[in-house]
Ligand binder design. Structure first.
Ligand code: SAH
Length: 252
């Protein structure tokens, strides 16, 4: 079934009717040569999928009527929030693109003591807009039911405060050797019911300072190991997120 996307924020879905315009409308009528009465799926990135029937065409739009609303099955049962210390160059682009495919719920870039990249407010805002576009494109490409939000760059303290509110929060710490990510998730599995939130924190290239690890621990957040190899800052979130997805049964 072909799937199209509309911008839910501009009220594209109204009273069980949806209008598709622009490039997508041309694609439906000219390339796919779809006819009135044929079915297609529409996502407005609210986590819902609308099964629709084509009701009419105009010169540059397609009118659809919604036959059925269903929850988008590609959304994971747990909302994994990625708190990533701001890396150098365009590494966060990669993290956002790949973690969107892997099912991340949202992203928060964090400034820690060892971050080398320290954009001013104006360039942080511009970067955030670019990251949001990357997340939107990746979400469409892989069939997500939402577009993961990219939040404003924040301080380590603010990140800890937000992480504390999640069902489970993990600071991936390269110097941790006792507490493995697998063991920690497995022993908390019963709390990770549908809709629960898991926060993952990843340090920058220079790692997490011992004082920061201690601060997290005194805020009640555990530090976990991702294994015996030191992963790059852009590899670690992919691994940690995949581990959460696998262990919570979101890879079926
Ligand atoms: N420069 C540091 C490594 C930083 S790796 C050093 O050489 O020691 C960047 C980040 O990835 C770390 O801060 C941590 O959050 C995560 N990470 C990488 N490997 C990890 C591991 N084996 N266990 C836990 N976290 C890890």
């Amino acid at each position: 079934m072909p799937r199209f996307f509309v911008d839910g924020s501009d009220g594209a879905v109204r009273d069980d009717r949806i209008t598709i315009t622009g490039e997508d409308a041309r694609h439906i009528s000219r390339s796919l040569r779809m006819k009135v009465g044929e079915r297609l799926d529409v996502s407005d990135f609210s986590g819902m999928i609308y099964s629709c029937e084509i009701s009419s065409f105009t010169e540059d739009s397609v009118e659809l009527s919604v036959i059925e609303r269903k929850l988008c099955e590609s959304e994971p049962s747990v909302k994994v929030r990625i708190f990533q210390a701001l890396p150098k160059g365009d590494k966060l682009d990669t993290v956002i693109q790949k973690c969107t495919e892997l099912g991340a719920f949202d992203f928060t870039p964090v400034l820690t003591s060892r971050c080398i990249s320290r954009p001013d407010d104006k360039s942080a805002k511009k970067k955030c807009e670019r990251w949001q576009k990357i997340s939107a494109e990746a979400a469409k490409q892989c069939g997500r039911g939402i577009i993961p939000a990219v939040n404003e760059v924040c301080s380590f303290d603010k990140a800890l405060a937000q992480m504390s509110q999640c069902t489970l929060a993990l600071v991936c710490y390269e110097c941790e050797d006792g507490n493995s990510v697998r063991r920690h998730i497995e022993s908390n599995l019963s709390r990770l019911t549908s809709g629960s939130t898991v926060a993952i924190f990843i340090g920058p290239e220079g790692g997490i300072a011992p004082e920061e690890a201690e601060k997290a621990q005194s805020a009640g957040i555990v530090t976990v190991s991702l294994g015996k190899r030191i992963l790059r800052t852009e590899t670690a979130p992919l691994f940690a997120l995949s581990a959460v997805m696998l262990l919570t049964g979101n890879c079926e």
